[in-house]
Write a protein that binds this ligand. Structure first.
Ligand code: FAD
Length: 446
């Protein structure tokens, strides 16, 4: 069997690794248009802030390592330009010399990821405005910072990537200004959680402007950007501009091949990651997911999901039976001292779904106060009629990750709020309180 994988970061490499573990004889060929493979995109902000010293720490595996370890043919700097779904062939361009080849496949996996949305006001000649996505982007940003020593950054977009970059630029001595179109930053959280984050950013010297739409970017004759203008008439000076404007699934190949897209714009797949063509699969940021709570299509592009989808496709195409069970929408990030996480539905999303919503707040120390335990806020959302837990958000300076993962596990197993009280959670003063904050959430209804 000949398996071809297009794209080789989180999802594509997972496919290759799992397929090889299952099947020693399959011919596995990977095409990646960039020079790097299997790197940690998620670590990029920490390199830009010098928390990770060497970029190579984010790229632990190269072509040679991967080929030796998994016995696959790894073609870097090769772009797949077309798919012929009837004859099961692809066209590939070797970007190092322009040579084109045609290749047949028995199974094809699209792991082409997502692209940063580039707003219309950005022109390609602008030198100091950057998306953050690939290692190449990272090298460009880092080289510019080293060369130009920028003092002030404008970050367009107030999602988690914008927050992480603002934190890291601040550590690097670059003042950051975040511009957000909506009424609050982090639109995947409820506003009262976002406002706490906003306050914390401001305490740490980051300026945040909401309800602001960028209308123009001003550059000088040498195409250096120096200011960002918004609809309300604000003009922000900028030595560097970061586009944290969200991503879109990279569906160019899929569209050309006539594969079915879902309502979110990503490639529609079944629980085995199979597309509308029986021998073509899609995984990672290019593939549509679904909410395990509402069962509706959901585009939630994260590395955790990309890895999981890759493993499932790698298994299925080599005869396995793994299935994708959807996602809750769990996510977490750090911004200075705060950790902030969400899982399941927000209050607003639950209301939009027509649930009769019960909102439960609890503010408790994350561990014994006599050991300096700090406050942790949990907001849980439940269905009033059935008592079923629908979602939770947590924010605090410690213990957020642990509580969020317990709540995500409870959601996965369709727990009721009351069940949370009965969980037998670990307690000793350095770690928790006699009743853990998650258990308090379980006590809030009665
Ligand atoms: P990608 O990583 O986008 O890889 C797709 C690859 O396909 C690319 O290398 C591209 O060159 C290649 N390709 C595309 N088209 C072709 C073609 N025609 N021919 C050949 N090759 C092609 N997720 C988390 O879960 N936690 C985090 O903390 C987190 N932090 C993040 C921080 C940042 C700054 C960013 C940008 C993302 C972060 N993510 C995080 C998201 C995570 O990085 C992505 O979900 C993940 O990288 C998706 O992996 P993927 O393999 O599907 O796609």
């Amino acid at each position: 069997m000949k398996i071809i994988i297009v794209g080789s970061v989180a999802a594509g490499t997972s496919v290759a690794a799992k397929a090889r573990r299952n099947d020693e004889s399959a011919e596995i060929i990977v095409y990646e248009k960039g020079p790097d493979i299997s790197y940690s995109i998620c670590g990029i902000p920490y390199y830009l802030g010098n928390e990770v010293e060497d970029l190579s720490e984010l790229i632990p595996r190269d072509k040679k390592w991967f080929e030796a370890r998994y016995n696959v043919k790894m073609n870097i700097n090769h772009e797949v330009t077309a798919i012929d779904p009837v004859n099961q062939t692809i066209r590939v361009t070797d970007l190092s010399n322009g040579a084109e080849v045609e290749e047949t496949f028995d199974k094809l996996v699209l792991a082409t990821g997502a692209n940063v949305t580039i707003p219309g006001y950005v022109d390609s000649q602008m030198k100091n405005i950057f998306p953050v996505r690939t290692m190449e982007d990272t090298r460009h940003i880092d080289a510019f910072i080293q060369e130009a020593d920028p003092k002030q950054a404008v970050i367009i977009g107030g999602g988690y990537i914008g927050m992480e970059i603002a934190e890291q630029f601040t550590h690097r001595g670059i003042k950051s200004i975040i511009i957000q179109r909506g009424s609050h930053i982090m639109s995947s959280f409820d506003p009262e959680i976002s406002f706490r984050v906003q306050e914390h950013l401001q305490l740490n010297g980051v300026e945040v402007y909401t309800n602001e739409e960028v209308t123009a970017i001003h550059q000088d004759d040498s195409h250096l950007v120096h200011a960002v203008e918004t609809k309300s008439g604000h003009r922000f000076n900028a030595d560097i501009v970061i586009l944290a404007t969200g991503v879109r699934p990279n569906v160019t190949l899929a569209q050309q091949a006539g594969l079915q897209l879902g309502p979110t714009g990503a490639i529609q797949v079944d629980k085995h990651m199979r597309t509308s063509h029986e021998n073509i699969y899609a995984v990672g940021d290019v593939a549509e997911s679904y909410s395990s709570i509402t069962r509706k299509p959901f585009y939630h592009p994260l590395g955790s999901t990309a890895n999981k989808m890759g493993r499932i496709a790698g298994d299925v195409i080599t005869g396995g039976e793994l299935e994708f069970h959807g996602v809750l929408g769990t996510g977490i990030f750090r911004v200075f001292e705060l950790a902030v996480g969400t899982t399941g539905l927000t209050e607003q999303a639950a209301r939009n779904e027509g649930f009769d919503v019960e909102v439960l707040y609890n503010l408790k120390p994350a561990r014994a106060e006599y050991l300096n335990g700090k406050e942790l806020l949990i907001k849980a959302i439940a269905d009033r009629k059935s008592g079923r837990l629908l979602g939770a958000q947590a924010i605090g300076t410690e213990g957020v990750d642990k509580r969020l993962d317990v709540l995500a596990t409870a959601l996965h197993f369709k727990a009721n709020v009351e069940d949370l009280f009965h969980l037998d959670l670990a307690y000793a003063p350095p770690f928790s309180t006699t009743k853990d904050p998650v258990m308090y959430t379980g006590m809030a209804l009665h």
